[in-house]
Design a protein around this ligand. Structure first.
Ligand SMILES: NC(=O)c1ccc[n+]([C@@H]2O[C@H](COP(=O)([O-])OP(=O)(O)OC[C@H]3O[C@@H](n4cnc5c(N)ncnc54)[C@H](OP(=O)(O)O)[C@@H]3O)[C@@H](O)[C@H]2O)c1
Length: 208
């Protein structure tokens, strides 16, 4: 598969690049600064660009089978419109260049999933993550109405732990406390999803 990865230099994106490359995918990474790829440089075709630019995404995505996004704001608690702007660019460009498959990383607690969250989760989502989550909600809704073969993934709190392969995934999962999942497991699920049809037009929740 020819796969375009957004957010390839982030901690989840790095796992995704690694998995995709090892499974035989031909990986293109849209990055703002190719120097930040480090040891991933030889595993991808780097394309310099910004994920909020329709033009940059269209140029990078042309000829690919799918797009996977692990975009994020790093340690910032301010969205700065990243997800709304990137979702507009990605859905517009994907439709323009004929790439129908999109796997998009969101966060558990965004949109409808807020209603299913536990009390400790709700406290964090309403305060610290308020800006990010409001921006993500608009982005996720845009993706679901894009006409693409989308999957929007809702992980609980991310860790840097190793892949366990024992996570739970479903359209709706009961929550207690503030559960976690490793970025390595999330990347493995995203890779599985992008290669199959099971999760098309679905919004899976994923947690340990
Ligand atoms: N932390 C948690 O507990 C948690 C829980 C659930 C979901 N999530 C979500 O999971 C996702 C991934 O999080 P993460 O911590 O693995 O990654 P992250 O540190 O947020 O990674 C951000 C990635 O996005 C890229 N990026 C940001 N703005 C960009 C732009 N305008 N154009 C191109 N690339 C851009 C960064 O590239 P540069 O190298 O250029 O900066 C980097 O590769 C995020 O959406 C996050 O909200 C996080």
């Amino acid at each position: 598969m020819k796969l375009l990865i957004l957010g390839a230099t982030g901690p989840t994106g790095r796992h995704l690049v690694d998995l995709a490359q090892r499974s035989g995918d031909s990986v293109t990474a849209l990055v703002r600064n190719p120097a930040t790829l480090g040891d991933l440089t030889e595993k991808v075709t780097p394309v310099t660009g910004d994920a909020t630019s329709h033009r940059d995404i269209a140029a990078a995505a042309a000829g690919h089978d799918a797009i996977a996004s692990a975009l994020g704001r790093g340690n910032s608690v301010r969205a700065d419109g990243l997800f709304t702007r990137a979702s507009a660019a990605v859905t517009g460009a994907a439709n323009e260049v004929g790439v129908s498959r999109l796997v998009w990383l969101s966060s558990f607690g965004v949109g409808e999933t807020f209603g299913w969250s536990s009390t400790p989760q709700k406290v964090i989502y309403r305060t610290l993550l308020r800006s990010i989550y409001a921006d993500k909600e608009i982005a996720d809704d845009r993706i679901r109405s894009s006409g693409l073969d989308w999957t929007v993934v809702y992980p609980t709190r991310l860790t840097h732990g190793p892949a366990q392969g024992t996570y739970s995934v479903g359209d709706r999962l009961p929550m207690k406390g503030n559960p976690t999942i490793s970025r390595a497991d999330v990347a493995a699920f995203m890779h599985r999803a992008v290669h199959g049809s099971e999760w098309i037009h679905r919004s899976p929740v994923i947690t340990d």
